[in-house]
Design a protein around this ligand. Structure first.
Ligand code: PRE
Length: 378
């Protein structure tokens, strides 16, 4: 057969398939009405397993392809049913409240909780996120979240991930477990400098103090200087201040450029980070759920069943509504053997049809689901 003839035959089949698909979705809409009236959950894993087993038996050598086609169709069916049933979900309620409050432009002033001291990278992030904000410095990430949770500060700024060192697990843990949400993000190029008291040379240094993330981002420098011990500090700027106060001449710190002038230290090494492409992303959080106009990204933390295809099912939901995933990182659940959660970021406009039902469907079907916020990046 000529290619053009094959294509004609394909067109005819596609028309028939589309017709059948629309009929199938129509029946699923009837199922949705029945389920709503009788309070029956949308997902019926047993029924889906039966259908998939039957399809695979009938599909012969194309069993794998047929499995994916039918799994996707049922995925779309569930998503449509969820849209029609509109049963309340935490994520649906969050979005409704957050959007109703978002009539104002993004705030430019207010009290901002920031971990560290003057000169910390987070301070630069605060200035970008809330341009005329007043910064209150806190000792820990936990204290930043508490300041926001208990109303001491309207905003909090926290580092959430680094291009070479990955997600800041402690921040993800706080965001999942405390009543705060992300309202904006920003990205900074981070350069690390080695600083010491005036006159101290690299050969004199036996200890380098800094935040564990900064030490990790300068791992190659530390490997090249095995005589030096890395000592964790609360923050890069705290490390600089503590060094200045200690008077230690065997000590250095890894901090950002402004810290040298701020704490009277001398720079004895510049750009000591492993990669020049070293970026850290920071989030701005608030207690009041708010989604500002123009929000085009979302952060989620999802745990799924430990079984083949579980992650695929999640990704299929994004694919079904055309959502682009910009981050997917798996992370072991603390205290459990080989159980993982996924940190995700997706680009999605909440106004696009199907996006909110997709989130609701994820909440209904995943083992755990945390919506950390919908926001724009500056
Ligand atoms: O049979 C049902 O209960 C349906 O909702 C239909 C359907 C399907 O598309 O075939 C969709 C969701 C269920 O998980 C099982 C099957």
């Amino acid at each position: 057969m000529e290619l053009s003839d094959i294509r004609k035959a394909l067109d005819t089949l596609d028309d028939q398939l589309l017709d059948l698909f629309l009929k199938r979705m129509g029946l699923c809409e009837e199922v949705a009405a029945y389920k709503k009236a009788n309070n029956i959950p949308i997902l019926n894993r047993g029924r889906e397993r039966e259908i998939l087993a039957d399809v695979m038996t009938k599909a012969g050598h194309l069993e794998r392809e047929a499995y994916h086609l039918f799994a996707t169709m049922m995925e779309l069916s569930r998503s449509r049913q969820a849209e029609l049933i509109g049963a309340p979900t935490r994520v649906g309620q969050f979005i409704e409240t957050a959007r109703a409050d978002a009539t104002l432009a993004f705030p430019q002033t207010g009290l901002v909780a920031c971990q560290g001291l003057e000169g910390a990278n987070t301070q630069e992030a605060c200035d970008k996120l809330i341009p005329r904000g007043t910064i209150m410095y806190m000792k820990s990430f936990d204290a930043v979240v508490s300041a926001v949770e208990f109303g001491l500060c309207e905003f909090g700024v926290l580092p959430i991930e680094n291009s070479s060192h990955g997600s800041v697990r402690a921040v993800y843990d706080l965001l999942q477990n405390r009543p705060v949400s992300i309202i904006r993000t920003t990205r900074l190029c981070i350069r690390h400098e080695l600083m010491a008291l005036a006159g101290v040379k690299l050969e004199d240094v036996t200890e380098i103090h800094s935040h564990p993330q900064a030490l990790g981002q300068c791992a190659q420098f530390l490997e090249k200087n095995p005589q030096i011990t890395a000592v964790p500090a609360g923050n890069t700027s705290m490390a600089a201040k503590e060094l200045a106060e200690s008077g230690g001449r065997h000590r250095a710190c890894i901090s950002s450029h402004p810290c040298a002038a701020l704490y009277g230290l001398e720079v004895i090494g510049t750009d000591i980070q492993d990669s020049d492409n070293n970026y850290t992303r920071f989030v701005c959080i608030t207690k009041k759920p708010t989604i500002y106009p123009g929000a085009n990204r979302m952060s989620l933390v999802i745990a799924c069943d430990n079984k083949p295809g579980a992650l695929y099912e999640i990704l299929a939901k994004f694919s079904a509504v055309g959502v682009n995933m910009t981050k997917l990182e798996s992370c072991a659940v603390t205290g459990r053997n080989f159980e993982f959660v996924f940190f995700l970021e997706v680009e999605a406009d909440l106004n696009r049809r199907g996006v909110i039902p997709m989130l609701e469907e994820l909440e209904r079907t995943c083992q755990s689901f945390h919506f950390l916020g919908a926001y724009g990046e500056v």
